[in-house]
Write a protein that binds this ligand. Structure first.
Ligand SMILES: Nc1ncnc2c1ncn2[C@@H]1O[C@H](COP(=O)(O)OP(=O)(O)OP(=O)(O)O)[C@@H](O)[C@H]1O
Ligand SMILES: Cc1cn([C@H]2C[C@H](O)[C@@H](COP(=O)(O)O)O2)c(=O)[nH]c1=O
Length: 208
């Protein structure tokens, strides 16, 4: 019990982000980690990008466009994702009184990985809060596509191969925790919990 109390003192206010190509398992792992943290006595909130706002709905409609990966539409999407993200910032801004852990399905790093040109995307996302921790769920594109619902134009092998490469470059620059997402759900979750504990410099029981 001491370990969890120690864990709670350390983990009062964190913004933790899950990144990865479509079908990597982000939503699945966020739900598993949320339950584990809740069972350990923490207040946890989950957020997802794009959101279900009017802007988020417009984004998802635009993603259905056959030309969604063209440079012009990618620039429009970059602006839409940034606008959708802006509205989330109040929720993420660090405030001791909130005393909660935020688990986010994607962040501005998704825009840097999926959209282009890099410098322009970085500029229009300068407002975005930097996460305390980033988990990159990395896996082979062919495997990811077998898990996808294939609803939008981004879920194509050539495009996702480019996105995966971008993510791995970002991971090296920004010290992401890279998790092998090709393993079974429970193994992936165990690796995430170990990486989380390591990032905090603590030992936590209840990890396989
Ligand atoms: N480790 C895993 N092994 C096998 N299947 C998995 C694994 N993790 C998730 N899945 C399955 O793959 C599909 C996609 O998972 P999930 O929605 O969590 O991925 P995601 O990264 O959130 O996807 P997207 O970015 O496309 O929304 C789901 O059917 C899920 O049950
Ligand atoms: C935040 C964000 C997302 N995307 C892409 C990634 C996916 O293909 C779709 C929808 O995301 P989901 O995880 O499948 O729900 O949007 C993007 O291109 N840029 C972004 O900033």
């Amino acid at each position: 019990m001491i370990e969890f109390i120690y864990f709670k003192i350390l983990l009062i206010d964190m913004y933790i982000v899950f990144e990865g190509i479509d079908g990597a398992g982000k939503s699945t792992q966020i739900n598993l980690l949320k339950q584990w943290l809740f069972d350990s006595g923490f207040e946890v909130e989950t957020i997802i990008e794009p959101t279900d706002s009017d802007i988020g709905k417009l984004i998802r409609k635009t993603l259905q466009n056959p030309d969604a990966t063209s440079e012009n539409i990618q620039k429009t999407l970059g602006l839409l994702f940034a606008a959708d993200r802006l509205a989330l910032m109040d929720k993420i801004v660090k405030n001791e009184e909130k005393n909660k852990i935020i688990l986010s399905d994607r962040s501005f790093y998704s825009s840097l990985a999926y959209q282009q040109p890099y410098e322009w995307i970085a500029e229009i996302n300068k407002f975005a809060e930097s996460p305390d921790l980033v988990f990159l769920l990395d896996l082979d594109v062919d495997l990811a596509i077998t898990r996808c619902s294939c609803e939008d134009e981004f879920e194509k092998k050539s495009f996702l191969s480019h996105v995966r490469k971008n993510y791995l470059e970002l991971a090296a620059i920004h010290d992401f925790n890279i998790i092998n997402a090709s393993n079974g759900e429970n193994k992936v979750q165990s690796d995430i919990r170990k990486a989380l504990a390591h990032s905090l410099g603590i030992c936590v029981s209840g990890i396989d």
